[in-house]
Design a protein around this ligand. Structure first.
Ligand code: NAP
Length: 259
């Protein structure tokens, strides 16, 4: 299927590795030029070069912390006019509900709610003026079903989901489509660090911890960044003009819901 986005320009945040990288690669494969971001310059440049080599698209890199005002200003200035925005950042650390302080919550809200909102506020007006735009926010399955130890993530991402539910319906008549993509467990560094946490907590090996978590997923494996990226690219395509403010779950069937 031709996604109809060749020649568009995308800003993909937090994309040197993992799910963000999957989204950047899939968009580049469709002929979309990229502005990529992560904090670590070395991995970011290596990924960008691999994408240039594989797909021949222009890739601009900005090494900055997207969760800070200065970082966002730097990224947005380098990005200029963007047609497609993919928001992403690292997730908050695990913990237990009685221990989180106000500062912990503010940090999580800044990273996983207020940062994507600020990026949308900066880019939506231009998209609306030009009559076309696509936004995909990488959130989490935790907005549909809470993960106890990830209460900071549950809280911040649900707040973002509420903002998107209202805003998506206010911009879609200008050709701007916003949806959220909800990862279940995917095989990335983040998943490895959560496997390590389970292994330490239960005194089992990392492989055993992974096998235990895979057993909770009906497909009996973790998702891949390629599968995630392909879904993201579709959500950025010409074909989603009638899909507004949805929360698309990619979890291998893990959440046992009928709807
Ligand atoms: P990952 O493999 O750890 O990759 C994170 C990427 O984001 C890296 O490129 C990292 O590079 C960059 N990054 C992190 N913090 C950043 C910041 N403040 N500013 C700019 N770039 C930043 O993580 P992932 O698994 O792809 O997860 C992506 C998001 O999906 C996270 O929010 C995670 O919580 C969520 N999620 C993941 C899963 C899963 O199973 N993988 C499931 C549910 C939700 P630098 O470190 O160099 O900045």
């Amino acid at each position: 299927m031709d996604l109809g986005i060749k020649g568009k320009r995308a800003l993909v945040c937090a994309s040197s590795k993992g799910l963000g990288r999957g989204c950047a690669e899939a968009l580049a494969a469709e002929g979309v030029s990229l502005v990529m971001n992560a904090r670590g310059a070395e991995a970011l440049e290596a990924t960008a070069q691999a994408i240039r080599d594989a797909h021949g698209v222009e890739v601009i890199t900005v090494a900055a912390d997207i969760t800070t005002e200065e970082g966002r200003a730097e990224v947005l200035e380098a990005a200029g006019q963007v047609d497609i925005l993919v928001t992403n950042a690292g997730g908050p650390p695990p913990g237990m509900w009685p221990d989180w302080t106000r500062d912990d919550f503010i940090k999580a809200l800044d990273a996983n709610m207020l940062t994507p909102i600020a990026l949308m506020q900066a880019t939506l007006p231009g998209m609306m003026e030009r009559g076309w735009g696509r936004v995909v926010n990488i959130t989490s399955q935790s907005v549909k079903s809470p993960i106890g130890v990830l209460g900071l993530s549950n809280s911040a991402r649900t707040g973002l989901t509420g903002f998107v539910a209202g805003t998506a319906r206010q911009v879609c008549d200008k050709g701007v489509i916003i949806n959220n993509l909800l990862p279940g467990i995917h095989d990335t560094d983040r998943a490895k660090s959560l496997d390590t946490g389970v292994s330490e907590q239960q005194g089992i090996s990392i492989d055993e911890a992974k096998a235990q978590r895979c057993a909770t997923i009906p497909v009996h494996r973790y998702g891949t960044r390629d599968e995630f990226g392909a879904t993201c690219a579709f959500l950025c395509s010409q074909h989603v003009g009638f899909m507004v403010g949805q929360n698309i779950l990619l979890d291998g069937g893990a959440l046992p819901y009928t709807l």
